[in-house]
Design a protein around this ligand. Structure first.
Ligand code: ASP
Ligand code: MG
Length: 410
């Protein structure tokens, strides 16, 4: 007998928010059943439910217990799978709901940001012998000893990709309220285009820059287990964007997308002694306190003194300034200055690996518009510049055009 063809489809919070929308979701699942033998539908909580639940925790307790927060937040998904399964059954489909702990989706015990360790795929397959559609809670997990966990905000994408990997799903479809992944944010650049395909590595760079279509860990998972992920809309029939392994046709394109992030603050320690151990003295305490440092630049030294500049998320600024003040006193740095009116813009593309001159073209284009570049960092497939925040939209549009991503370009 031919192997059972299983399709995993994930539906986000806006797709399951109301009865009318869930009826659209039912159509997508029926469509999925036409293309595969069985469907595993992974659902998020209805839009706003998770926020409301977590707000309750804040009303009940000054310092809500983290494990109980997960018990609470995970109920949002429990509501949507129950409601949706009713709809499927009313439509004559053999379906049942499954909570993560009934499968189980086993995670570690980092409440609020648990990582998946294993999935009971045999049990799932046994259920699939009896049902055509399994409606599974996204976002949830459970520890080895049966405590409820959640995977972090937006974690349903990761649940879906993990289930797809465990079941050998042909593809993992992520249904949302946008048509797919765009070359940049269409809200600030009307020339943005939907991409047909994007490499995992590019998607990882875009997600970390705030292209919030996919939970970043789901992309890491998909890359690791080579699960093709298709981002598409619940509300039309567009094929969406396939997130997949890179190939030579993707490399032909120099730049695939432009991402940006306004959540940046820049901190500079002036005139730190240029001796071994100073960078460690600065960044050690920051990492101990959980501050994520993004771009780092150290100047060449003059008279044995140098400047160290780095960027962080704005919410970490107060904390960072406290730590750097201490470090400055210890190391004898002259002063610490900061700036919150900065933002970063990145050009991303696997094609950069084999082509030179991308950075030069980007800098030339920005110079023409009189945009000053404050910091630069590059990786194999990405060039990032830090600029004044007021220029973000202009810089995104300029780079989008410079690298031939605009609509009108053939
Ligand atoms: N319901 C969860 C959240 O709002 C998980 C998800 O939607 O992916 O973060
Ligand atoms: Mg999401």
């Amino acid at each position: 007998m031919a192997a059972m063809k299983i399709l995993v489809q994930k539906f986000g919070g806006t797709s399951v928010a109301t009865l009318e929308r869930m009826q659209k979701v039912r159509e997508k699942v029926e469509d999925g059943l036409g293309r595969a033998d069985k469907v595993v539908a992974v659902l998020s909580a209805r839009a706003g439910d998770t926020d409301n639940l977590l707000a309750l925790a804040g009303q009940w307790s000054k310092n809500p217990d983290r494990a109980e927060c997960d018990v609470l937040a995970s109920t949002g998904e429990q509501v949507s799978v129950a409601l949706f399964t009713m709809l499927l059954k009313d439509g004559g489909i053999k379906a049942r709901s499954l909570l993560a702990c009934q499968i189980p989706v086993v995670t570690d015990d980092s409440f609020g940001r648990a990582r998946i360790r294993s999935i009971g795929s045999e049990a799932l397959r046994a259920f699939l012998d009896r049902y055509d559609v399994l409606v599974v809670t996204g976002f949830q997990g459970c520890t080895e000893d049966g405590r409820v966990t959640t995977l972090g905000r937006g974690g349903s994408d990761t649940s879906a990709v993990a289930l797809a990997a465990a079941l050998g799903s042909v593809e993992c479809e992520i249904y949302t309220d946008v048509d797919g992944v765009y070359t940049t944010d269409p809200n600030i650049c009307s020339a943005a285009r939907k991409m047909d395909r994007v490499a995992y590595s590019e998607m990882l760079e875009m997600a970390s820059m705030g292209a919030k279509v996919l939970h970043i860990r789901s992309v890491e998972f998909a890359q690791k287990y080579n699960v093709p992920v298709r981002v598409r809309s619940t509300f039309n029939d567009d094929p969406g964007t396939l997130v997949t392994q890179e190939d030579s046709s993707m490399e032909a394109l120099l730049v695939s997308g432009i991402a940006y992030d306004r959540d940046q603050a820049r901190v500079t320690l002036h005139d730190v002694p240029d001796v071994p151990g100073v960078a460690a003295a600065v960044f050690g305490p920051l990492s101990e306190k959980g501050v994520l440092v993004d771009m780092i630049v150290q100047n060449t030294s003059l008279d044995g003194l140098t400047d160290i500049t780095f960027t962080i998320s704005r919410k970490d600024l107060k904390h960072t300034l406290e730590i750097t003040a201490e470090v400055a006193a210890k190391t004898g740095a002259a002063e610490v200055v900061h700036d919150v009116n900065v933002a970063k813009v990145s050009a991303i593309g696997v094609g950069m690996r084999n082509h030179s001159g991308v950075a030069a073209r980007a800098f030339a284009a920005l110079t023409q518009e009189g945009i000053n570049i404050l910091m630069i960092s590059t990786s194999e497939i990405k060039i990032t510049i830090l600029i004044q925040e007021k220029y973000v939209e202009l810089a995104v549009r300029i780079l989008h055009d410079t690298f031939g991503l605009d609509w009108d370009v053939a």
